[in-house]
Ligand binder design. Sequence first.
Ligand code: NOJ
Length: 741
Amino acid sequence: MNNKQRIRLIITIFLMPLMASAQKKTISQRVDSLLRLMTLDEKIGQLNQYSGKQVTGPESKVKTDLINDIRNGRVGSMLNVKGVKDTREIQAVAMQSRLKIPLLFSLDVIHGYKTVFPIPLAEAASWDLDAIRLSAHIAAKEAAAAGIHWTFAPMVDIARDPRWGRIMEGAGEDTYLGSLIAVARVKGFQGEQLGGTDAVMACAKHFAGYGAAMAGRDYNAVDMSEHQLWETYLPPFKAAADAGVATFMNSFNTLNGIPATGNSYLQRNILKRKWNYQGFVVSDWGSIGEMVPWGFANNDADAAEKAIKAGSDMDMESRTYKSYLAKLVKEGKVPEALIDDAVKRILYKKFELGLFDNPYKFSDAKREADVLNDGGHKTIARNVARKSIVLLKNQGNVLPLTKSKTKIALIGPLVKSKRDMDGSWTVNADTTQITSLYEGVKGKLAKKTELLYEKGCNISGNDKPDFTEALRIAGQADIVVMALGETWDMSGEAKSRTNIHLPGQQEALFNAVKATGKPVVVVLMAGRPLIFSDIAAKANAIVYAWWLGDEAGNAIADVLFGDYNPSGKLPVTFPRNEGQIPLGYTYYNTGRPVKNPENIIYKSAYIDSPNTPQYAFGYGLSYTSFSYTDLTLSAAKMHHTDNVTVSFRLTNTGKYAGEEVVQLYVHDEVASVVRPVKELKGFQKVFLKAGESKTVSFVINKEKLSFYNSKLQWAAEPGNFEIMIGTASDDIKLTAEMELL
Ligand code: NOJ
C-alpha cells in the first residue's frame, strides 16, 4: 500500500462516518430551526396530503380552494400530480407560501411509470432479485424525471388468498421470498441514496396484515394470532425498514379489532419504538376518516385524535387533520409534541431529497424527455417479463414451437388485447407501446408462414358464443395457441372475486377447440392464480403469463418459440377450487395427516377434494431437465454458533441451456410451537448449459432454524431438523436430517 492509498483508507475508516453523521446532524438542525419558525397551522399543513387530480384541471371551486391551501402552507404533499410541467406549476404555488416549504409529489408507481413492467406478482415469479431491483429502479428513474418524489410501493403484504384482487400487487405467499423482494424493490426505487434524481422515496405498505383481509374481501377486518403476525406478516416490513425504506403506509383493515390507522401497537410500539424507524407513516386514502364507519371513532375529530396518537403522521385525503388537529391541540387533547414529531419526520425527508436547496430538482423538462424516451427501458422490461413467465405444463414437449413450416392458429379474447397487458396499476402508460401476443408471435414467424386468428368469445359474459370460426381455423392449423384469462380490471384494488375460475365461456371455448384433436397450447393471463381444471387436465401445454406489461407479446413469444427457456416458479399456490382457500405450502401436519389419499376417513381432509393444490408454490417447468444428486452436509450436528454447509450436484440433463431455481426448505420436527411441514429458507437461480453440472451450496445457521417460540421470542430450539432441496415445494429431490445441539 502506498502513501496515497494509506491516506485514502484512513479517510474512509475514520472521517467518512464522522462526515456522514455531521451531515445528518445538519439536516436535524435544519429541521429544528425550521420547526421553530412554524405556526401550529403550518405544522399541521405538513401533515396533509391531497389528491391533485383537480388542481391542474380546469378552473373550479375545488381547484381554487386547493391552490389557496397550498399557497397558505396548509399542504405538505400531493398525490396524482405528475409531469414536469404540472409539478413545476404546483411547486411554484408552494413557493409563494410564507416559509416556502416544498411539496412532496407522490404517485402509485407500482410497476412502471411510462414503461410498464410486469405486475409485482408476476415479477416475483422470476425469483430474480437483480431483475426485480432493476425494474423498480427504471420505474423510479422515469417517475423521478417526471417530477415525482415518492412512490406508494412496494406493497409487501403477504397474501395467501387469490380471491383478494390485490394479490397482484405483492410478492405472493411466502415470507422469506417476500422479504427479499421487498428489499430488492426498496433498493431499486430509492437507488444509492435519497436525493438522486434517478430515484424516488419508496413506501412499504400496508402496515399491517392487509393481505389477510377476511374472506379475501377488500378493506375487510383481519384477525390473526400474534404468532402469525410476527412470523408471517411483519418480516417483509422489517426487512424494508432495515433496507432504509423512507416511508410506511398504514392500512384500511383492522388488526384484531383495532384499525391499523389507529393502531398504536403497530405504529408506535413496533415500528417507531421496537424497530426505531425514523421515516414517516402516511395513512391510506381516507383511512383516518374510515375509523368512524368502522365504529372505532365517534366522529372525524375523534378519528384524527386517535390516528395522530397512534403514529399516523400524514393524512392522505381524509382531511380530518386539517379540520380538527389544531382544535384538538388547543383543547389539550393532543400534545403539540406529537405534531412536532410527525412534522419533523416529514421535513427530514424533504431535506434529504434536496428539495429545500432546489424545490424543482426533479422537474427538469430535458431530463423528462430524455429519460421517458430511453429505448433501453423496453429491453429491460422484456427481459424481466420473460423471466416472470411460468411454464405449467408441456406434455410431449409440444413447446417450444418452430418458427417455420408450422401453421399456427391463435384463438382467444386476449390474443390481440393490449390494454389488458398492463394490468390495473398504470399511471402514465403509453398504450401505443404495448405489444400484443398476436404481434409478438407474428414478429417471430418467417414472412410466408401463415398465422390464423379468431377471438372465439369474450372474456366475461355467459351468452353462448358461436365457436364455428374458431373451430374452422383450428381445423386448418398444425397447432393452436389460445390466449385466455381475465381483463386488466378483474384484479387489483377493490377487485375481489368469490369465483376465480376462468371467467365467461373461455373454458368452453377451450374444450371445443381441444375436441378438434389439434394440439393446444394455452397462454393464461391474469392478476391472480386462476382455477382452470379442464385446461390443467387436457391442454398440451400451459404458459402462465400474468400481466407482463408493455413487452408482454414479445416476452411470451420469446418463450413460445424457445428464444428464452422459461425459468419462472410460482410465488403463490394455485388451488384446485375456491373451497380450499386460504391454501399455501406452509401448512401443518396436524394430528391426523393424510398419508394415503385413498384413506381419508377421520383424517384432516375434504371428502370432495384432495388437500393438494393444482400447482404448488415454487413449481415451474423448463424446456430442459435437471437432476439433483449427491447431497452432503458438512456436519450432521451443530451448536448454536456453528454453520452447516449443505451441498449437492445440479446437472442439466436436457437439450437446452436453462436456469433452475433450486429451493432449500427446512422443517423443525418437534418444537415448543408446532412448525409448518416446510419453510423456504434459501434459493438460488443457477444457469447451466446442456449437459453441464455444478455443485450448489447453502449455509444453515441458527438464523435459518429460528422461529417465534412459545414466548414469542425469535430463537432456535435444539432438536432434529429435516433439510430439503427441491425444484418445487411439492417436489423435493433430496433430504437429510441434522440436529441442533
Ligand atoms: C389506496 C390504496 O390502498 C393504496 O395502496 C394506494 O397507494 C392509495 N390508494 C393511493 O392511491
